[in-house]
Design a protein around this ligand. Structure first.
Ligand code: NDP
Length: 504
């Protein structure tokens, strides 16, 4: 049984356990406790004391400890990747890639927390010329993190690493499908910080997550589906706990008339099919300008048809991790086909539990489920558009807005489209590139959520801005005193007229 070292001291005897299961083989990977509300509250209480200690350590010492943890992750990438593979079924190489990205983010967060968050002077302006003004970003205290199973290292680390680097303690509830990975993260951190529960993992089901929302944490960072985000927000509203929501997507890739079609097809296949399509920023829709549509579909088809799901080392994609998703994928494919779509790869027979064969659909109506709802399988819908304006318009006609991809050789057109796409991120001439740049913020619009992880914004997300002014000398003109005279206010009005009243 995996032991969560960081919660070992809590009253956890007698708790029920649940197994984590390899979705490809059905083998039990580990057994984990179902932590209840009492344990969650005890964990948050102990985290509060640990948070005060962690905050007191200062930037330099926190950076040292976080970089030491990073070293452990980097040295044990193989072990971590094997565990991710066992719990999610994704190919080991994909699991390795995910862990590598998490290491890069941990490194960035550790090294940049001080420069981004430390106290700094700002200009006080003419009205407060006799004051110095500083702003600093203080830790919130205890941050609750709830994570999904599809990228069980990379995704929660976007919150965990940045929250820790900002000086907070973290209590993390991983998905019930990947509890072992969550426990592994806390246990390796505890090797570096053994005496204080600065980072704890609490395994369990949705109720454990709901208890974390109600536990009095200072912020709740949620990553998961849009539907669960609404429940999380409702629970957090009871205690006015602020939330960060990283939710689902229906990301589009658009292909301009001058695009490198081989590169675009390669990116579309990877974006849509890697991790068996279970990627929040996975490519689910493709809009291709008319003049290159048929050729693009031909190249996409050629590449997608070569991919094979399986559990062996050579398999390109693994199984569908969450059994319930298979029915959703089948429904999206069936409904599209019933409404006149054609499957140029895969199709109605693609769903073969626990696997789904790559599926490329064309001629899918805009209001079909495969166009509007997150499918979360290795499927992609390709639509023909007149030009880039129509591509952007139809990409934006979604309740989601997580990320997008643009393929265009013309720099101006590519950049213009990228900026007009209603998403938190867009990569041009490559897929998912924004996620590998730690200095860039990551997060969604609309149904894809709000708030940002990664980069300076991601650090500030886990801090409260604190403003301080200090009067250096008194001014003869003091309008915030009952001793002021009518003349003082008139002088102030004259000053404002000079400063701001000029006609331009
Ligand atoms: P879910 O919404 O089902 O679950 C997410 C987490 O919330 C899990 O840990 C889950 O626990 C927990 N949870 C469930 N019910 C509650 C509740 N009532 N209160 C508190 N917590 C609860 O998402 P999935 O795990 O299925 O993840 C897939 C989704 O995540 C997709 O929509 C994907 O797009 C999105 N995602 C978004 C990302 C982003 O950065 N924007 C990144 C990665 C994924 P349990 O598993 O035990 O039920």
């Amino acid at each position: 049984m995996a032991v969560d070292a960081a919660v070992a001291a809590k009253p956890t005897d007698g708790l029920r356990t649940f197994p984590s299961v390899n979705p490809a083989t059905g083998e039990v990977v580990g057994e984990h406790k179902i932590y209840n509300e009492a344990v969650v509250r005890a964990a948050v209480d102990s985290a509060r004391a640990a948070a005060a200690w962690w905050a007191e350590l200062g930037w330099k010492e926190r950076r040292r400890l976080l970089l030491a943890w990073k070293g452990v992750l980097a040295r044990r990438l193989g072990q971590l990747a094997q565990l991710v593979h066992a719990e999610t079924g994704k190919p080991v190489d994909d699991a390795t890639l995910e862990a590598v990205l998490a290491v890069a983010h941990l490194d960035w967060a550790a090294k940049n927390a001080r420069p981004v968050l430390r106290a700094r002077r700002v200009r006080s302006g003419l009205l407060a010329i006799n004051h110095t003004a500083t702003v600093e970003y203080q830790p919130l205290g205890v941050v609750g993190v709830i994570g999904p199973w599809n990228y069980p290292v990379f995704t929660p680390m976007g919150s965990i690493a940045y929250a820790l680097a900002a000086g907070n303690a973290v209590v993390y509830k991983p998905s019930e499908y990947t509890p072992g990975v969550g426990a592994w993260l806390a246990n390796t951190f505890a090797e570096i910080v053994p005496d204080r529960p600065v980072f704890q993992t609490l395994t369990g089901f949705g109720e454990t997550g709901a208890a974390l929302c109600r536990s009095g944490v200072d912020k709740l960072a949620f990553t998961g589906s849009t539907a669960t985000a609404k429940q999380v927000m409702a629970a957090c509203a009871e205690t006015l706990t602020p939330v960060l929501c990283e939710c689902g997507g229906k990301d589009a890739l658009i292909v301009d008339r001058d695009a490198d079609l081989d590169a675009a097809a390669d990116a579309a296949v990877w974006g849509a099919m890697s991790n068996a399509g279970q990627t929040c920023v996975g490519v689910e829709r493709v809009y291709v300008v008319d003049s290159v549509h048929d050729e693009f579909v031909r190249r996409l088809t050629e590449q997608a048809a070569k991919l094979r799901p399986g559990d062996d080392r050579e398999a390109h994609l693994g199984p569908i991790t969450m059994p319930g998703q298979l029915e959703i994928i089948q429904r999206h494919i069936d409904e599209a086909l019933r409404r006149g779509a054609r499957a140029v790869v895969g199709g109605a027979q693609a769903v073969r539990p626990p696997y789904v064969d790559p599926t490329v659909l064309v001629d899918v109506p805009d209001d079909a489920l495969a166009q509007t709802e997150e499918t979360f399988g290795p499927t992609v819908v390709v639509s023909r558009v007149r030009d880039m304006d129509e591509a952007v318009e139809r990409s934006n006609a979604s309740r989601y807005g997580l990320a997008a991809t643009v393929f265009a050789r013309n720099r101006r057109r590519g950049r213009a489209a990228a900026r007009r796409l209603r998403t938190g991120a867009t990569s041009i001439n490559a897929v998912l590139a924004y996620a590998s740049v730690p200095a860039l913020p990551f997060g969604g619009v609309g149904g894809s959520g709000f708030g940002r992880i990664h980069g300076p914004d991601g650090l500030r997300e886990f801090a409260r801005a604190k403003a301080v002014t200090r009067q250096r000398f008194p001014l003869p003109l003091n309008v915030t005193s009952f001793h002021r005279s009518g003349k003082d206010v008139r002088q102030l009005v004259t000053l404002v007229g000079i400063l701001h009243g000029k006609r331009r």
